[in-house]
Design a protein around this ligand. Sequence first.
Ligand code: ADP
Length: 545
Amino acid sequence: MSVDLRNSALIISEDLMRLFEGIGDGLIVTNRFGEIVGMNKASELIFGVSKEVNIHKNSAVLLRGLSDARTRMPLSSPNLPFNKVIETGRPIDSVELLLKKQDGKESFVEISAAPIFGDENLLVGTLGIVIDVTNRRQLEEALTQRNLQLSAINRIATLLNRTIDFREVLEYSVRQTMDIFSGDAGAIFLPDKSGRKIFVAASASLAEDFLSEVHGSETGATVFGRVLQTGNVESIVRGENFNGVPRSLKKSPFASVVVFPLKAKGKAVGVGAMFSDAERVLEDTQREIIEGIGTVIGAAIENSRLHEETIQKTRLLESKNHELQQFTYAITHDLKSPVLVIEGFARELRRGGHLETEQEVLVDAILASSNRLHSLVNDLLDLARVGSVEAVLEEVDLGEVVKRVLAELSIRLSERRIKVSLEGTFPRLFVVARYLERVFTNLIDNAIKYMGDQENPQLVIGAQDKDDHFLFFIRDNGIGIPKEFHERIFAIFQRVKTSDTEKVEGSGLGLAFVKKIVELSGGTVWVESAGKGKGTTFLFTLPRQ
Ligand code: ADP
């Protein structure tokens, strides 16, 4: 490059020009009047013009297709890069501009320009570098788009996480998918149990005739059923491939529809569809996003369906349980009178005094058995009544309850030489006094019954304050309970059958009482025991009121 000072012209040597040509970015040199004195091949390509036409022309002619990248407003003459540098004498660094080429195509360019100074620091021209950043920008846009869509999946997942209600899950899903893809209508289809038919489970902005045509249609008949079978996303555009869509949809204003599988554990459990008035073809990235959304919705549907099933099964169980309880109660109740008659007659026979010794023994056996049966029937009736008969809540000092129970059992405790100790402070709670008395009686009575031949029998009854609840325990060092019985023993008539327990009398109802009362009071009960001969601790909680 040399400067002819007489006319301040900027002349670029051929060597320098050759060097310029080898550079991949666009290079443009102007004189101090803004006229182009040199440009390389790369700038010809970027601007879509030929050098011959532009050389010696004002750079404004070449740059007239430039506008602001953001606002798309054309740049005014003083704002064109070379003019600005000539005007201010200062360089400009990488401005991103939108370029509309002569053939109408758009691209994005980044232009930097710097002044060229000659002798005595006189500005003689400018040098500009032009880089085509269209690809980079498209990538950036695709990334932004993807980020937006990923956060959309996240949003849909978060929203769906908030509810387990089946209907809500379906409706949210339709609305959210429409939102994310700016759809004009949406629907979710679910198959029947056999998978042979599909039904509209939720929809938005869809006409009745379409809904009734698809509702209950054969799975193979429409694109919706097909996606359920193949598990692949389908994008259908009117004119191109509108085949396979229901007749009513062909008549509708929609120009495209995207049908996507809703998958749970890799299997399509339903189908989502999004309808658009515009002819929209699904791009690859959108396809991935919609597959992601389908998986999120599929999992949510499966979860809420399981939840629904559990609720229904629980209801069924509850009603069966209720029936069973009533049945037990009725039978037990009917047993009561014959038992009383047998007992009464046996007692009469005994009192009459005309019996041979042998007969007396038999009558005594009848009496003893009918007595046992009588108390069993009473216990069963009591158990059935717990919770079903209105009981009065009163403020009860549980420490007093324990003392009362210990006093009632004192003879048996001292016969067996059991050392009893109390631990912690027992609270006052609003409970049904006789129920809680029964809980402590049954548990302490069991501790005595199942102490075995322990030489140093001990019983600890304790209470602990655990912030939102109280914990109570009854710990003995008796025969212990093998692990496999820990759950079972709380069920009615369940007893542990080992050599240690065979001589101990019992009905298997005591712990059923305990469980029913504790659970009715809002607590839980469980047992801990390291096994045979290792002692047993029963623990139960009661809520703080
Ligand atoms: P039962 O009338 O048989 O005592 P429960 O329902 O009170 O009925 O107890 C069920 C079974 O649990 C008992 O038969 C016994 O095998 C076991 N069990 C209960 N409490 C204890 C304990 N403290 N130590 C060892 N085994 C126990």
